[in-house]
Design a protein around this ligand. Structure first.
Ligand SMILES: Nc1nc2c(ncn2[C@@H]2O[C@H](COP(=O)(O)OP(=O)(O)OP(=O)(O)O)[C@@H](O)[C@H]2O)c(=O)[nH]1
Length: 222
């Protein structure tokens, strides 16, 4: 598999890290069947543009931006759906290891692509090894090509139900029509990654509950 690395604005190590309050680095993997708009969503997010044709090249893009006053380095892997699937289904072990968060894309006009997303959610939930302390992998499901309502074969309801049942975020959008909708998708996956990392560090809700229990428990024993 050839993965082309494109430097966009600033380079990075490709590994999720949190270097103090200034910089957060997040690896985001786009998955889904062929032709659903993975590249269109990625390019829209990176350049604000929809250029129509993207070719079939697998790329990892590095892009730095400020979100909520904090510098974020996005590493975005725009994948190709493989011809042959391996032990872990159609997501490689390398991809599973690399990603901090996943965007699973289908086309609202292509039921087969919706079924691919259904399988890929299961594969991620089954095979992605969670770093200790993290309780779930951040996943967003995206129904793309919302502008093609007249060709719709997957209802919004079905998309939402799948996302709910698999505990994922859900958006319907159109890479062709809206930059803002696409921005929301990437910011949401970033939020989920940040949340997961906070829980991992033990300062999330569970961590606070544990700390309070420890304090009050100790007082009771004094
Ligand atoms: N109408 C419409 N067309 C779209 C949209 N997003 C992508 N397309 C078109 O769908 C086709 C496939 O888009 P890509 O972004 O190359 O899809 P992909 O999932 O990266 O495809 P592979 O590289 O084969 O994996 C292109 O002709 C795009 O112009 C959208 O939101 N609306």
């Amino acid at each position: 598999m050839v993965v082309q690395v494109k430097q966009n604005v600033q380079s990075s190590s490709g590994k999720m890290s949190d270097n103090g309050p200034q910089k957060l680095e997040a690896n985001i993997l786009l998955l889904g069947a062929e032709n659903v708009g993975k590249s269109a969503l990625t390019v829209r997010f990176l350049t604000r543009r929809f250029i129509g044709e993207y070719g079939s090249i697998e790329s990892i893009y590095n892009h730095s931006d400020r979100v909520d006053g904090r510098e974020i380095c996005f590493n975005i892997w725009d994948s190709l759906y493989p011809q042959n699937c391996d032990l872990h289904g159609c997501i490689s072990e390398k991809q599973l290891r690399w990603a901090d968060g996943f965007i699973l894309v289908y086309s609202i006009c292509d039921r087969a692509s919706f079924n691919v997303v259904r399988q890929q959610v299961q594969q991620i939930r089954q095979f992605k090894k969670l770093p200790s302390g993290m309780d779930k992998v951040p996943i967003i499901i995206v129904g793309n090509k919302r502008d093609l309502q007249h060709r719709r074969t997957v209802s919004s309801e079905e998309g939402r139900l799948l996302a709910m049942s698999a505990d994922c975020g859900f958006f319907e959008t159109s890479a062709a029509e809206t930059y803002h909708g696409v921005l929301l998708v990437f910011h949401e996956v970033l939020d989920l990654i940040r949340e997961a990392r906070t829980v991992k560090k033990g300062v999330g809700i569970k961590g606070i509950v544990r700390t309070m229990s420890a304090v009050f428990g100790k007082r009771r024993n004094e």
